[in-house]
Design a protein around this ligand. Structure first.
Ligand code: FE2
Length: 236
């Protein structure tokens, strides 16, 4: 309104800073999938469970398979990159991959709105997506005291924001950040590998009464191989 009616000249243009923004990393896997990786994807797709609007692999540790080693290494590299650039921890602390699973969203299906509890950083790598049609949508869950409708959306005034995603894209984001996939219109099944992570090492500090020394979880715990009940709704 002011801009349209004012005769006041402001030089230089004022700056509006985005203070305390939410980090979302986009990167790209450097090559096409190998024969071994494709075989693993095909094999994994044979065993799925129902999620709310799509399907999830029954295998909840897909990146533990030897055929997934390089994908896992790249994922870990970008998780480390995110840790360094975003959090820059003073002490020796690392985010390591805990669970990893595949998502299958067929034409007309969707991936319900969710975040990833019990995880620090989450991520997604797209095995098969159509960049012109496939998106990931993130949500701002902060309570809005006043709702001012706009037609000029930006990252300050929007409650959601979407990005196009193509095959080979890697997205890394804080696990608290709510996201979803709208009903898909692409002809092929949208396939992705998702990860959760947790911290190991020294976080906080003893003087502030926040000190924690965390070790990597024991993956040999027997419950990790338990099947997920078919009738369990929700999930990630
Ligand atoms: Fe997710």
């Amino acid at each position: 309104m002011t801009e349209k009616t004012s005769t006041i000249k402001i030089l230089p243009e004022p700056n509006i800073h985005g203070l305390f923004p939410t980090p979302v990393l986009f990167a790209k896997f450097y090559r096409d999938w190998t024969k071994e990786e494709k075989e693993f994807f095909d094999e994994t797709a044979k065993n799925t469970t129902h999620n709310t609007g799509n399907l999830t692999s029954s295998n909840r540790y897909v990146l533990d398979h030897p055929a997934m080693k390089e994908i896992r290494d790249y994922y870990q590299f970008y998780v480390n990159y995110f840790m360094e650039k975003v959090y820059a921890p003073k002490n020796d602390v690392e985010a390591y991959i805990t669970q990893s699973w595949m998502n299958y969203t067929k034409t007309g299906q969707y991936h319900h709105k969710h975040a990833h509890p019990n995880s620090w950083i989450s991520g997604c790598i797209y095995v098969s997506t159509e960049r012109e049609k496939d998106r990931i949508t993130f949500y701002n869950d902060k309570y809005h005291r006043l709702d001012l409708p706009t037609e000029n959306f930006n990252t300050f005034n929007s409650s959601s924001w979407w990005f196009s995603v193509g095959t080979g894209d890697i997205v890394i984001f804080p696990s608290y950040l709510t996201h979803m996939v709208e009903q898909t219109t692409s002809n092929d099944t949208r396939v992705s590998i998702a990860i959760n992570t947790f911290l190991k090492g020294y976080i906080g500090d003893e003087h502030s009464l926040t000190g924690l020394h965390l070790q990597e979880q024991d993956k040999s715990a027997p419950q990790r191989t338990e099947a997920r009940p078919e009738n369990l709704q929700g999930g990630y």
